[in-house]
Design a protein around this ligand. Structure first.
Ligand code: SIN
Length: 527
């Protein structure tokens, strides 16, 4: 197949908060193409309930937000990156509000909620528990006001075009057409990889594509062992793995085991509002103690009208499964939620490949350390989406014009012909997700990780299969990312933040090092 060619100034891959904010930054400096692999509004941003953390309230300070982020990150945050986020955050939020984003108010003042490990009420929310949707709505509207921004929806990025460690574009599958998109700079904002695990809060699109294509292109990826497991997703036969926002605990909901006993005070002085990793492990411990597959979230003591108004999405969704959260306790258990690691970037979103930038969950600025502070991810996406866009503009002005597309063979090596895959992709995908959940999940050890490594090494040859469609390519990317996560988790022989090893329960020596990997080399540990 001969690919068609498209040339733009800036290519942005991903349409969540980071990608859209970056596109807006780029729009006044040239033509921008934003690719989303699904419909325009389908991004993890849109699923974010709890809110966006920012030190704007009278009782808060940037330095307190900084300290809370560092403490939750358990010693592994990049302090400079955190400082930038908490300091620049307020101005970017105000700008977003000037573009039409509406956050809930108490009277004329913004209303702030609290979540785990925050020492202040500092989380803005919209329509109760639909914060991500509102942020996305405002950003899409703003992006649409620029004639320089073009969108390709349902356009799946297969690989990056990289020569001599310089990225000049991407190979994109749109319908049954392959397009070589050439650009002065490429910005990855493809989100996370929660679908690697059989239990996840993430939508179906979160298959780690950006991580995999950057890795294949030779980019450095960092801290991939750090997967955050959200403590509370709905656990009910037939129901989706639906998130029950941490903000519910911020407003007074209590965790109880199936015998009706509250337990968080036995595990952490901040009880229900302990850092997320601590709450998740406490829940697992109670599930083991009571031989149950879930615990319970109790809101029944809260005022009914308040709950309905404050959490309308959660209230109505649970009601569809005949659970009235105002009247009965909700069965919940932890699920994979966020990857703290990602493509290594500096504080300007630059990766180890020239011309390739990354922002949002796919990137690892080091802000989240080993355990992300709740509701910091939308803020990171906003601040670092803009910063990364700015740096991509500066880079484009330094290089000499558009890349020479003739240097790239027009016979795409990513052909959609070739032999059919002779295995059932859906079955393999399901096995992969089970293995990752059971062996590389909340509690890991040498034995479980070895089992996962063995399984993954038996599947490695499948990566070279002749895949034909998005589902196949996603599976290939999932295999790649699962491998990196597992190898990183296996190599980190200590417990820190969200990475917990039952055979190395303490931090031990050298725990402050970061895992760094790159294609065809083994993991190295860096400061
Ligand atoms: C939540 O609402 O509990 C999720 C917020 C987050 O992950 O930042």
């Amino acid at each position: 197949m001969i690919p068609s060619v498209k040339t733009v100034d800036f290519l942005v891959i991903g349409g969540g908060v980071a990608g859209l904010r970056a596109a807006i930054e780029l729009a006044s400096k040239g033509s921008v193409l934003v690719l989303t692999k699904d419909k325009a509004t389908e991004s993890t941003t849109g699923y974010a309930q709890g809110g966006i953390a920012v030190a704007l309230s009278d009782e808060d300070e940037v330095s307190i937000h900084y300290n809370d982020t560092i403490n939750a990150g358990d010693g592994l945050c990049n302090k400079e990156a955190v400082q930038i986020m908490v300091e620049e955050g307020p101005e970017y939020i105000l700008e977003l509000m000037s573009w039409g984003a509406e956050f809930d108010k108490d009277g004329s003042k913004l209303s702030y909620t609290r979540e785990g490990a925050h020492s202040r009420r500092r989380i803005l929310h919209s329509r109760g528990d639909s914060t991500g949707k509102e942020i996305e709505r405002a950003l899409i509207k703003k992006a649409r006001s620029y004639s320089t921004i073009e969108r390709y929806d349902f356009a799946y990025t297969l690989d990056l075009l990289v020569k001599d460690n310089r990225c000049v574009g991407a190979v994109v599958l749109r319908g049954d057409q392959i397009i070589h998109v050439f650009a002065k700079s490429v910005l990855l904002a493809t989100g996370g990889a929660g679908q690697l695990f059989s239990r996840t809060t993430n939508p179906m699109i979160s298959t780690g594509d950006g991580l995999a294509i950057a890795y294949r292109a030779g980019a450095e990826v960092m801290d991939m062992e750090f997967i955050q497991f959200h403590p509370t997703t709905l656990y009910f036969p037939g129901a989706p793995q639906f998130l029950l926002s941490e903000a519910m605990r911020g407003e007074g909901a209590v965790l109880k085991n199936i015998q009706g006993q509250s337990f968080m005070n036995n595990y952490h002085k901040m009880a229900e509002l302990a850092p997320r990793d601590a709450v998740t492990r406490a829940i697992v411990s109670e599930m083991v103690k009571t031989s149950a597959k879930h615990v319970l979230l109790d809101l029944t003591h809260l005022e009914k009208d308040f709950v309905k108004k404050r959490f309308p999405l959660i209230y109505t969704t649970c009601l569809q499964y005949n659970i009235d959260v105002t009247e009965e306790m909700v069965p919940v258990c932890p699920s994979a939620h966020y990857i703290m690691g990602g493509i290594k970037t500096n504080i300007h979103g630059e990766t180890s490949i020239e011309g390739l930038f990354a922002a949002g969950e796919v990137a690892c600025t080091g802000i989240h350390g080993s355990n992300r502070l709740a509701s910091n991810s939308l803020l990171e996406g906003l601040v670092y989406g803009a910063r990364t866009g700015k740096r991509a503009v500066a880079y484009a002005s330094e290089i000499s014009g558009h890349p020479d597309s003739s240097e790239f063979s027009m016979d795409s090596k990513l052909i959609l012909t070739g032999a059919d895959t002779d295995f059932d992709i859906d079955k393999k995908r399901s096995s992969l997700r089970q293995i990752m959940w059971n062996k590389v999940g909340i509690i890991r050890c040498e034995k479980s990780l070895t089992a996962a490594r063995n399984w993954l090494s038996r599947q490695r040859h499948l990566i070279d299969s002749a895949f034909r469609d998005r589902r196949g390519f996603e599976f290939k990317n999932m295999l790649t990312v699962a491998d990196i996560v597992t190898e990183s988790a296996y190599s980190r022989k200590n417990s820190v933040g969200a990475h917990y090893r039952s055979d190395f329960k303490d931090k031990g020596a050298d725990w402050q090092n970061h895992s760094l990997c790159r294609k065809d080399t083994s993991i190295v540990w860096v400061d």
